[in-house]
Design a protein around this ligand. Sequence first.
Ligand SMILES: NC(=O)C1=CN([C@@H]2O[C@H](COP(=O)(O)OP(=O)(O)OC[C@H]3O[C@@H](n4cnc5c(N)ncnc54)[C@H](OP(=O)(O)O)[C@@H]3O)[C@@H](O)[C@H]2O)[C@@H](O)CC1
Ligand SMILES: [K+]
Length: 498
Amino acid sequence: MRCAHAVDWVRAAEGELMARLPEGTLMQRAAAGLAACCVELLVGGRQGRVRGSRVLVLVGSGDNGGDALYAAARLARRGARVRAALLAPPERTHAGGLAALLAAGGRTTDDPAEAASADLVLDGIVGIGGRGPLREAALPWVDAAQAGEALVVAVDLPSGVDPETGAVPGRAVQADVTVTFGTHKPGLLVDPGASHAGVVRLVDIGLPVAPEAGDHVVEALQHADVAALLPEPEAESDKYRRGVVGIAAGSARYPGAAVLAVGSALRGGCGAVRYVGAAGADVVRAHPEALVGDGGPADAGRVQAWVVGPGLSQDTDAERAVTEALAAEVPVLVDADGLRLLARRGSAPANALLTPHAGEAVALLAGVGVTATREEVEGERLRYARMLARAYGCTVLLKGSTTVVTGPEGPARVNPTGTAQLATAGSGDVLAGLAGALLAAGLAPRDAGSVAAYLHGLAGRISSGGAPTCATAITAALPEAWRSVIAGDTDDGIPPFR
Ligand SMILES: NC(=O)C1=CN([C@@H]2O[C@H](COP(=O)(O)OP(=O)(O)OC[C@H]3O[C@@H](n4cnc5c(N)ncnc54)[C@H](OP(=O)(O)O)[C@@H]3O)[C@@H](O)[C@H]2O)[C@@H](O)CC1
Ligand SMILES: [K+]
């Protein structure tokens, strides 16, 4: 599991550690890890070596600049031609770092053309002390670096990305690689910040960051975590013991949503799928395994979890389906039209899992008296997902370029397997059916939501392979995604947090 900690926690943990170590130890650990990563990139890059390669360091006013300067000094000692652009007044530039660089043969520069011709640019403008967008002084340098061929390496965080939220309020560095220290920062794991970070490398500087300690605020599952959560049939299992999921979805106008949700639920690890709604004939034609009823959830017989909402429309039958599913006293996943109806109530049972996209989140927020735009929700997903979870008193899975799953308390989970190819019609219905099956199989709402998002993302990648995909193909790829997780196939192929 990859974990991210809040900035205050990082500062406190660093403070405690620094009190026990000789002065400057942590910065030297950070700089050594950063330099090692740069060496690897330069050796693997167009120069093929460190000696003679051109390195430009962008240096801000704090310790982030200090890290960058000390790392650059190490590269200069190995023969790199290093130039440093000091963006802060001399009295606010890290004195020790600058002295080390100059002693190692580096020089300062005022010429942004250095950024255009560099092989590697180190962004030491600002780290966890950063607030707001890049400032004026940095822009010509960053513009030149991004237009040139250089690999851009962000120190701790891409400057301009909010460390806590991943918000990008204006201009920010677009990094190829981010080398972060001690622990991930939330802003590296959540879009839009995650999209600016490139590949994230973590350098251990000795902070006590074990997930078991529970000090982190954000976590991202990996294959092994998901494998440990997947339901497995036992020798004594029968279809009822494995769990039955009820699906109340689809309408005369949108029968396809029902077909898709049932299709993914059938591949989601429970024992049986019951369908109720107006699309029974379509469902049974596509999936003869489904148990189809023509009443509402209250008439359906026993299930261990409900999925209500995909393609349901918002008429009186839909309202009845939502009311009955919510009253069933089993975990209930509410999606799509179900969310619009739920917004009118302004609350949900504690064992509910709400799966809005940003637009539906806006409607849910309005239901509890909060005005926000879609862009605001997408700009600060962690904050709004948490706000919804607290207001409705249940678990929320906020879909998007980084899907976030969170309850009212505890760390938020962010999904690392997403791909833009998942933004296709019916994809949300597939996710809902899959998560519902996992709920019925006994996973808690947070686990069901995050495991479903993980498998759904992998299936999207498998079915796409870079080409456009569709909801039916994503469903068909679910078994392969599942197998790759239990086989422990490496997840290195997943660009971190994309
Ligand atoms: N703590 C530790 O033990 C360790 C820390 N380590 C490293 O230190 C980093 C944190 O260092 P830090 O605390 O000095 O803050 P840092 O991010 O360099 O910002 C400095 C100043 O920048 C300014 N500023 C704000 N926003 C801005 C913007 N958008 N654009 C431009 N400038 C902006 C603002 O000052 P202002 O100008 O607003 O007065 C702010 O005070 C951390 O990320 C890691 O790299 C590692 O070495 C391991 C040990
Ligand atoms: K930085």
